[in-house]
Design a protein around this ligand. Structure first.
Ligand SMILES: Cc1ncc(COP(=O)(O)O)c(C=O)c1O
Length: 446
């Protein structure tokens, strides 16, 4: 056997390797986000342009991470860069409303079906945290139903049920009272109905629009529509987490695609053109719980309070407007969907040519590879998310050394600037990665 995947990774990345001890000296495991941990070291990135990015060693990648799915328009889209450069000299913060914020809010209002009112926040996690508080404040009830394995950010209320085993929160440090206020259920409408019928204390239900982890665990057909009708029937707030699906599944997100309107939805990522930020948008009467009315009793004792120094700051408002102006046409989404379909089909062929027990799936502009069998029919989150780490890491690194990068695990997202040539070049890398994994015995032919 020639060079292993790991040896090639180390050989190609001397500068990333050299920097890593300095990262480790400053940051736990050398990173600022759990998902960036890599063995023996993560790649240190230098710049991006369109569908490609380059690391500090000068290696080029066709990128299927796309800023954790925030870059529907690709890296450094000229309109986004121009908006940022234009806004920069005028100041970064006034602690007061600005016109760019108004324009940005109007864009969200016009694009997202449920967005009668909008509140900007500083991240996707802040959006889901605020949406849960709004549901509680509006209904006067305590508990939020969430689905096993769905991802809603890293805050305390999003940790129960995030990772298997689902009865143990994904992090230590979560107060008991918080755990008791979150009901983790399998994504099953019958279980949901039984729970709603027997519990008087449910404020809301939060659902990741794509199914868990941008569709790694796909939702059953009709699931989101079923959640909509049950939440309506039982008078609880439906929160649709569109941090991934918003502006991606369609200009109006998953809700536009399905023709439903949740009571609240959460947005981030594409919303800001790939800069920090997020929003909660929803029905006027639910969002009104945030409003100051001048009635001092009501405003002090019956209102949801919310702050955030950098909400709707001028730079993110500028890039958000630039991105949403383009996202509104739907062209980027159509192209990304078409390229993703081409990639999924090509990748399935590569898998079949190698006779590997794996399969490719994914909706909209996403793709997922499951190493464990030829179909994901009937497989649950435990199985779909528990592909051995050696396979996940080997796959990602085998692709990286061939000039392709993923978003996480064995999954990726596309942008509206990936081309057919990018896809075809990537398929060659996928082919090489399968060969290398077979050679090393990471996977076997069926
Ligand atoms: C569906 C979903 N909700 C919430 C979040 C949290 O967003 P952020 O990382 O901006 O806090 C994410 C992040 O990936 C997400 O995918």
């Amino acid at each position: 056997m020639g060079e292993t995947i790991r040896q090639a990774y180390i050989r190609k990345n001397p500068r990333s390797a050299e920097l890593y001890p300095r990262f480790e000296a400053v940051f736990p495991t050398g990173v600022s986000h759990d998902m960036r941990v890599a063995d023996p070291f993560p790649l240190c990135m230098a710049r991006g342009q369109g569908a490609r990015k380059w690391d500090v060693d000068g290696n080029e990648y066709i990128d299927f991470g796309m800023g954790s799915a925030s870059l529907l328009l690709g890296h450094a889209h000229p309109a986004v860069v121009e908006a940022l450069i234009k806004a920069a000299p005028d100041g970064s913060h006034f602690g007061q409303p600005i016109e760019a914020e108004l324009e940005w809010g109007e864009r969200v209002h016009n694009l997202i079906p449920c967005a009668e009112k909008v509140r900007f926040v500083a991240s996707g996690a802040e959006a889901t945290m605020l949406a849960m508080r709004l549901a509680r404040g509006y209904t006067g009830k305590e508990k939020i139903i969430r689905w096993e394995s769905h991802y809603h950010g890293w805050h305390d209320y999003a940790m129960p049920g995030n990772l298997p085993p689902f009865d143990v929160p994904a992090s230590v440090g979560i107060p008991k009272g918080t755990l008791e206020s979150v009901l983790v259920l399998p994504p099953d409408l019958d279980v949901m109905e039984r729970t709603l019928a027997t519990s008087q204390d449910i404020a809301g239900v939060i659902t990741e629009g794509s199914g868990a982890s941008y569709g790694t665990v796909p939702r059953q057909p009709g699931f989101v529509e079923g959640v909509r009708s049950l939440t309506q029937r039982y008078g609880v707030v439906m929160i649709l987490d569109e941090v991934i699906t918003g502006f991606r599944w369609s200009p109006g997100g998953l809700q536009q695609k399905l023709g439903i309107a949740p009571d609240l939805c959460t947005l981030a990522k594409i919303l800001t053109g790939g800069l920090p930020g997020g929003a909660v948008a929803g029905r006027d009467d639910v969002m009104h719980i945030l409003a100051r009315t001048g009635d001092s009793q009501r405003d002090r004792f019956q209102r949801v309070s919310h702050g955030g120094t950098f909400n709707a700051n001028p730079y993110c408002a500028a890039t958000g407007n630039a991105a949403l102006r383009i996202a509104a046409t739907g062209e980027m989404q159509n192209r990304a969907d078409r390229m993703a379909e081409r990639l999924r089909r090509g990748l399935q062929k590569v898998i079949e040519q190698h006779g590997v027990p794996a399969c490719v799936y994914g909706e909209s502009s996403t793709f997922h590879v499951y190493f464990g069998g030829g179909s994901i029919e009937g497989l649950d989150a435990n199985t779909l998310k528990n592909v051995p780490a050696t396979i996940q890491n080997g796959f990602r690194q085998a692709l990286q050394v061939r000039g392709v990068d993923l978003m996480s695990r064995c999954s990726g997202v596309l942008s509206g600037v990936h081309t057919e040539a990018d896809i075809d070049e990537s398929l060659q890398a996928f082919d090489g990665a399968m060969k290398a994994m077979l050679e090393e015995g990471l996977i076997r032919q069926s």
